[in-house]
Design a protein around this ligand. Sequence first.
Ligand code: NAD
Length: 498
Amino acid sequence: MTRPQISHVRAGVRHNAHTTRWSPVYNPSTGDVAADVPLADAVDIEACIADAAAAAPAWGARSALDRARVLLRWRELCIAHTEELAAGISREHGKVLADARGELQRGLEVVEFATGIPHLMKGEFSDTVARGIDMYSMRQPLGVTAAITPFNFPAMVPMWMLGPALACGNAVILKPSERNPSTAVRLAELFVEAGGPPGVLNVLHGDAEAVNALCSDPRIQAVSFVGSTPIAQHVYETSARHGKRVQAMGGAKNHLVVLPDADLDMTTTSLMGAAYGSAGERCMAISVAVVVGDATADALVTRLTDQVRALKVGDPLIDGHDMGPLVTAVHRDRIAGYIEDGARAGATLVVDGRTHTATTQKGFYLGGTLFDHVTADMSIYREEIFGPVLCIVRVQSADEALELCNTHQYGNGVAIFTRSGGAAREFAHRVQCGMVGINVPIPVPMAFYSFGGWKASAFGDHNQHGMDGVRFYTRVKTVTTRWPSGADAASFTMPVLR
Ligand code: NAD
C-alpha cells in the first residue's frame, strides 16, 4: 500500500512536491511510518518564495482592521477544528490529547492578541516639534517573512509567529519540522477558508536546504526560528549575514530551585507536571531541581519516587495516560544514552525509565527517569536531554543554587519554590534567565507579554509575541511635515533651523 504524501501549501492550495527527496513521518505510538514528507528542492523553494512575494504587497496594503477580521475568523475555525487538530498533533508528536489541546489554546491566545493590531501598530505623533512642523511615525510590514519551527509544538510555536506576522501585514513561509508536518498544512488551509488571500500563508516542507535558502534569499525580509541551539545559532548568523532581521530561540536546561521552606507537596506536584508533561519535550520543561539542604532533598526525592514510578505511559490518544511516546526512535535512544551516561558518571538512578512496562510496546516509549546526587560536571546536567528525565542537584545554600543557574550555558526559564517573599524577590532580581517563576514551575509568559530566553537559549534582539512580536514584524518610518500655509513656520534656510 502506498503511503500518504504530504503536500506543500502555496497560493492557497496543496501542491505536489517537485523534489525527489522524501523523509518518513512516524506515528510514534506504533513506530510505523504514517506518511512521507517532501524535502523541498530548489524548484519547490523558488515557487513558494515567488508566490509569497506576489501576495505580500496587497495583504500589507489592507487596513489593519481588515487583517484582524481574517485572523478572528481563522481563530474561530481553529477552535471549531480543535479535536481534529489536537488528534493530528498527538498522532505525529506523541503528546497526550490534553497537552495537544493545551498547546492549541496557548497558540490561539497569540492570535487573539494579534487581532488587536489596529491598536498595536499605531505610531506616534508630536504636534509642533518646531514652529508649524509636526512629526509622526508609523509601523509598516516587512514583506515576506520565514517561520522555521521545531517538532515539539507543531501548532503553538508556528502561531507565536503567524499571529503577529500576518496581523502586521506580512506574507509568511512556514517551514515546519519534518518530523510532524501535517498540522502546519491544516493551519494554512484553515487560514484560506477564513478569507486569508492565497499566497499570504504558505507551508514549505524541508530540511537544511530549505532553511538555508530562506536564510539567504533576498526576497525574505525576516527569519523567525525556534529549535535547538546549534541550528538557532546557524540560522541567526546566516540570516544576519544576508542582511535580514532575525530572532532565533534555542535550547534550554531549566532549573527549579527548592528552598528549605518550600511547600513540598506543591513542589512535587509542580515538578511532576513540569518535568514529565509532554514527555519532557518542552523547551520550558524543568529538567533540574536544585534542592537546598539534604533534609529537603531527601523528603522531595521520597515524594517524587512514588509518583514517577506511577506515571501512566501509553497511547496518547487514550484518555488517562500522563505521557505518550517520544517523537522518534532516534530521540528515544538518545535519551536512553543520557540515562546510561548519568548512571556511569555516578549519579544515583532512583527510577530508570528504560525499565518501564511501556517500553515493551511497539512505539518509541520510555518511562519517567529520576536521578539524585547529580553534579555540575555530568553530561546529564550540562546538556539538554529533552526527555522525561529529572536530575536532582543537592546544594547547601540559596547562593550556591543561584550560582548554578547563572553559570549554566542556557538561560531560558527558571523557577524558585519558597514561602519567603524576600528570598524569591532577590532570586528573581539576580538570576540570569529570560523567564522566571515564583512557585510557578513553567513560567511561560502570556501572549501579551513576550517569550524569550537569555544566553545560549536565544539569539537576536526581539522575543516572540507580545509587543516584541509587533516590533519584529514591522519597521518604523518617521515623517516630518510642514505645510506652506503656515506663515510663521520654522525656516530651513542656512545656516540654522529657526
Ligand atoms: P531542531 O533544531 O532539530 O529543528 C528545528 C528546525 O530547524 C526544524 O524546522 C528543522 O527542519 C530545522 N533544521 C534541523 N537541522 C537543520 C540544519 N542542519 N540546518 C538548517 N535547519 C535545520 O529542533 P527540534 O529537535 O525540532 O526541536 C527541539 C529543540 O527546540 C530543543 O532544543 C528545544 O529546547 C528547542 N525549543 C526551543 C524553544 C524556545 O522558545 N527557546 C521552544 C521550543 C523548542
